[in-house]
Structure formats: structure tokens, C-alpha cells
Design a protein around this ligand. Sequence first.
Ligand code: PLP
Length: 423
Amino acid sequence: MTAPNTVDNRAFHPLESLASMRHEFGEHGGVNMSIEASTTFTVMKAGTLPEMFQGRLGPEAGGCYLYGRHFNPTVYVLGRELAALEGAQAAYGTASGMSAITAVVMQCCEPGDRVLAANSLYGGTYALFHDFLPRKTHVETMFVDIADHIAVEAACMHGVKLVYLESMSNPTLVVADIPRIAGIAHRHGAKLVVDNTFAPLILSPVKLGADIVVHSVTKFINGASDIIAGAICGSHEFIGSLMDLHTGALMLMGPTMDPRVAFEISLRLPHLGLRMAEHSRRALVFSQRLADRGMDVIYPGLTSHPQHQLLKQIAHPDFGSGGLLSLDLGTTARAYQLMELLQNNDRFGYIAVSLGYFDTLMSCSASTTSSEMGEADLRSAGISPGLVRISVGYTGSLEQRWRQLEDALKQLGDVQDFAMGTT
Ligand code: PLP
């Protein structure tokens, strides 16, 4: 772990870490690895299979594979690549981000355990903690504003097994002080789990003190909105425990990643850095121009953002401040109007949930991806009805896209005279 509140970029750079990994060649010397599209694997000696069942042989020990739900070579290579990117000892791919999150909680918690979770989370994760887990597993969750470290410490005093948060929260873009919260969690014997979906490469939660990192690989890591996938990163021991024949949440609940999916995702990792940097560059320019014109915009790269300084301290400088910005239009009706103008008149982007696509995606969080939260919880998380979450794409030119955004805002009457703007 690095010193509190900093990430030592000389000691760890995610792309250097990925590049220094042993490259997996294809079966016939191809520059890309082969897809191992087999669900079951043969052995030369019948006695090898029982050894694998007893856990004495596996991908690490002897390079043996047993069955695709357990370990598949192509998914295993992707896991090693994702571990390298996150600076974790190990990682493994899952069928979705939600299955990664669920498997982690099921692996770490017993009935009666308590979780402390951030009060601003993706709606599906909120529903998992708020509705599903208490009913099905008797795991109860306290929701806390994780920017309030006194409240986090006070909640931990009640005894929690896990502290769960998003490195950059969906959709409010609160940046978590991971080193500080890891310190609090560990003092109270809890593990820190970080969903790093919004900030791959930008933040390296394991290096900042987190125990486990989860991803919706569906988003930036994949980048083309064509694949649903997830990942879990952590210690060798933890990733191995997920595959235990008797108690492993991945082995027994079975949210397996298909090797064809792993192959596709692996091919997109080399340009993840270029994509993140461009998403961030455009999101910053749009945010600055919107803020200059008096719009109510949330973006961690703006100096006005409450955790701007923190982000500068803990982020890798090469990838900017993220590809998402949130714009508050005041009411749901105005939010819908803006999105319709932007999609139907200008082709600025699409009215669609999800994020990390090469084109811009826009959704009104309170009535879509955060709609699982009740009104009071939406309010306390700062998710107002008119908040439009914009995942800024990189198609077209930046100025073309800005003209489209400017145009739509003028039509909406939000900005009368953009000529006054200087940037
Ligand atoms: N985590 C975050 C921050 C998300 O935004 C999402 C989905 O939007 C998920 C997890 C769930 O991921 P998936 O849709 O891949 O299951």
C-alpha cells in the first residue's frame, strides 16, 4: 500500500503493469491469444482429475484445467490482464457487473452480518443491498455519506463486515477518499470493496488500500456497448476462494464469463488508456464551458468539485478526471426536453442508460438507473429529478459536439447568449 492520500505513480502505472505482463500468443504463433472454446478439458492420466478436484492442480499449479465454470484459459488470461491493470494479485471475469458484486458479498458475508454502503450507488447495487440481501440472506446494510468520514467511522463501530462504495459514484460523481476509508474499515476489521466502473486506470483502488475491486466491464473497459461482463480483483487467496468446490460463490452460483467474451475484452484493453484520456478531455472541456455559462454541472475535474483536490492527489494524471458529467436541469420535464433535442435534432448522443460507449449516452438518473431508490434516499444522495447523467463519447470532433450541446441549450432557453462565453 502507498502512503495515505497519494498514489505513487512511479511505483505503479496501470498501463506499464499491463505491458510488462507475459504476452499470451495464439496456438499457431498468432499475435493474439487463441480462444479456448471448450467447456471441459482432457488429461493424459485419469488420476489427474481427482487431484484437480482436491485443489492440488489448477491453472497456477501445473497449468491444468478442469471445467469451464471453474477456470477457462482464455478467461484466466483476461483475469491476469485485469489484475495487472488494477495492481491486484489476481482477478477473474464474470457474466456481468451485478454478478461480480453479488458474488463478492455472498463470499464475504454470513446471515446476520452488516454492510456499510455509500448512499450514492448504482440503483441495481442499491436494490441488492437495500431489498434483496436482507430478505434472502439477512445481510443488512447501513447507507452512509462516504464523504462524511466521522459518519463512516461511527457506522463502522456498529460492527460491519464490508464497507462498499464506488470510487466515483453513480450518478453524483462523489470521489471516495479510498486511503482514508480503507484505514477506517481496517481499524474496525472490515474489508473495503470498491466498484471502480467509473474510473478504470484513473484510480487504482487496491494500491490505495482497498481489499477487493469490482467492475462492470460492460462500461468503459469494454467500450462498445455490445457486451455485458464483470470482474472481481483481489488477493490470490480471495479469488481462489470464489472457486472453492464447497463454498465458492463463483463456482456454485455460476456467473461464468464466456471465453469468446473474454477474448473480445482482452483485445480492447490496449486502447483503454487512449479512450479514457479522450472521454475525460471532452468531459472536462464541456464541463468547464457549461460552468462558465452558469449551468449546474458536476464534474470532478472542475476546481469547484468538492473532491477535486483529493482526486488530483490519488488519481493517475494520464487519464483525466473521467468521462461522466452530470447536469442538473431543475425538473424532469426540462431534462427530457434537453435529451430529446440532443438526440432527435442534433444527433449529439443517445437517450440510453449505460456509459463508457464511444458515442455519448444520456439518461435522467432519478427516473431510470437510480429509480430503485425511494424519494428520501434520492434526496439524501443528491440525485435531483432533473439530473442528466452524460457519458461523454469521442465520436465526431469536440467542437462539433459542443456546437450541438450549445444549440440544444439555447433552444431550451437555458443559455441566452453563448457568445459571451470565452472558452
Ligand atoms: N456498477 C456500476 C457503477 C454500474 O453503473 C452498473 C450498471 O450500470 C453496475 C455496477 C452493474 O453492471 P452490469 O450492468 O454489467 O451488471
